[in-house]
Ligand binder design. Structure first.
Ligand SMILES: [Zn+2]
Length: 487
């Protein structure tokens, strides 16, 4: 239900109301870390069940999860990103000690047609510094956005945790894999810590995993803002060998039971790779301190996935693996939205009126004067910004038909890669011809929607496989997250 428009208020009051949340966050951002937390990580595992409009959250277990890898000053998440957010509050005083926004496979699933017809359960984890005293952990979900205002977080579940109680397991899980340091630039508290999980690599593939990881990391740190801030990142790998090469790929009848259960065909989408076995993934990752987790899949079939503050994946051996790695990592790291809109997706799209998305890099543009990336738009740029949209869509449709033919005859990956390369060359030439190429504006077609959603630049890593880097708006969003983990 759409919220009625707020009554007009005097400018001074409005300005104060707008300033208040960030001012509060700044005040709360520096509680003395050591007074509230030890140096460890607490992990709350739970089952997230839903369907047919219902949602049930059920506690699984509370365990220790290694050294705390995050910032000790940036404890409150003021980014307002994610479909969900959790808060850790002091049980006695109610004081907010820690918070973080995130998205989840469950949240995506609820936007598929299946969720209206049946129930499913997903496993999730909340990780935060180990509290010295009893805390209340509150899980919140974002209310639907209106056309002008993004939805606010509302409590859906909470649980009380006494860290000294017998309901908390303080033992660490035995490391199940070999740890490989790819780059170490500083203590976890002041760096972004990434863990790369090897999946579908046999014992004989250890050197290949290291070579794949180095190649993909080189691709990530070629792109701004990662390039100029590489020294703020630690990257470690966890190598636990698989019995056989590759991962489960149901549509090709490649059957596998791998370490973390990472598989193709999530939501019946052939190239969508994630793991539904969050417990296994977390237990493997806990061998090292990590803020972000990327699963490297030893497979050649194009694919990957990325969920904000959950995990990301990439199949390392397709021709476009470098690109997929960077694109999916950006979903995971900064909750960047897909800017593309001409590919088939499992999500329900096509609503008549689009509410304003909470993501940084797409907008419904109901109020061009209040555009969230307005400060980056050069004066005189029309909003919406014109481009040869129909010509682009006609070409995309031809590529899509060719791709469906390749899928229908189970063509080799090389045929897909050739098609994608042709598409890339056509798009680069096409975008170059546009009047507003390389400028920030608001270009219609974004977030899987042909109309009513807009992206910041014509082309971006979140829009296409073209070698164009992140647009200015995405770069700014990525920098914001780097600061959250390095301050
Ligand atoms: Zn972008």
């Amino acid at each position: 239900m759409r919220r009625p428009l707020a009554p007009r208020v005097p400018f001074r009051r409005l300005a104060l109301a707008l300033l208040l949340p960030s001012a509060l966050a700044a005040q709360q951002a520096a509680p003395a870390f050591d007074a509230s937390f030890t140096a460890g990580t607490m992990r709350v595992d739970y089952f997230h069940t839903g369907g047919k409009g219902q949602e049930i959250v059920a506690l699984d277990r509370v365990v220790a999860d290694g050294e705390w890898p995050g910032s000790r000053t940036q404890l409150i998440d003021a980014t307002n990103l994610g479909v969900y957010r959790f808060q850790v509050r002091d049980a006695a005083s109610g004081a907010l000690l820690y918070s973080r926004g995130f998205s989840s496979i469950f949240a995506e699933w609820t936007t598929t047609a299946e969720a209206a017809a049946l129930y499913r359960t997903y496993h999730e984890s909340l990780r935060f510094p180990w509290p010295r005293r009893p805390v209340k952990v509150v899980l919140e979900r974002r209310a639907p956005s209106t056309t002008t205002q993004i939805g606010e977080f509302q409590e859906v579940w909470s649980t009380d945790i006494d860290p000294a109680s017998r309901f908390v397991n303080r033992a660490l899980v035995a490391p199940a894999g070999r740890v490989i340091a790819f780059q170490e630039n500083g203590p976890p508290a002041t760096t972004v810590d990434i863990v790369l999980i090897a999946e579908g690599y046999t014992a004989a593939d250890s050197a290949k995993f290291q070579a794949d990881a180095k190649r993909l990391l080189a691709a990530l740190f070629r792109e701004e803002p990662f390039k100029s801030q590489q020294a703020s990142f630690n990257v470690r790998g966890v190598f636990a060998p698989a019995a056989e090469r590759g991962i489960h790929r149901a549509r090709a009848d490649v059957q596998r039971r791998t370490r973390t259960g990472t598989e193709y065909n999530i939501f019946d989408s052939e190239r969508y790779i994630l793991t539904l076995d969050n417990r296994a993934l977390r237990d493997l990752a806990s061998a090292v301190p990590y803020d972000f987790v990327e699963v490297l899949v030893n497979d050649a079939q194009y694919g990957g996935g990325g969920i904000h503050n959950s995990h990301a994946t990439v199949a390392v051996d397709s021709d476009f693996a470098d690109y997929v790695f960077v694109h999916e990592f950006a979903h995971h790291f900064a909750a960047l939205a897909d800017e593309y809109y001409t590919s088939d997706v499992a999500y329900q799209t096509g609503a008549a009126v689009k509410p304003e998305p909470w993501e940084r890099n797409i907008t419904a543009l109901h109020q061009p004067a209040a555009l969230k990336w307005g400060s980056l738009v050069p004066p005189g740029t029309p909003l919406p910004t014109p481009w040869a949209k129909a010509e682009y869509e006609a070409h995309s449709q031809r590529v899509r038909e060719q791709r469906q033919q390749l899928v229908a005859r189970t063509a080799p990956q090389a045929d897909f890669d050739r098609l994608f390369a042709e598409q890339r060359d056509w798009e680069l030439a096409f975008f170059k011809r546009q009047q507003y190429a390389g400028r920030v504006g608001a270009f219609e077609g974004a977030g899987y929607e042909t109309t009513g959603l807009y992206r910041p630049e014509l082309d971006c890593i979140m829009f296409s496989r073209d070698p164009v880097g992140f647009c200015a708006v995405c770069r700014r969003a990525l920098e914001e997250i780097i600061r959250l983990y390095t301050a």
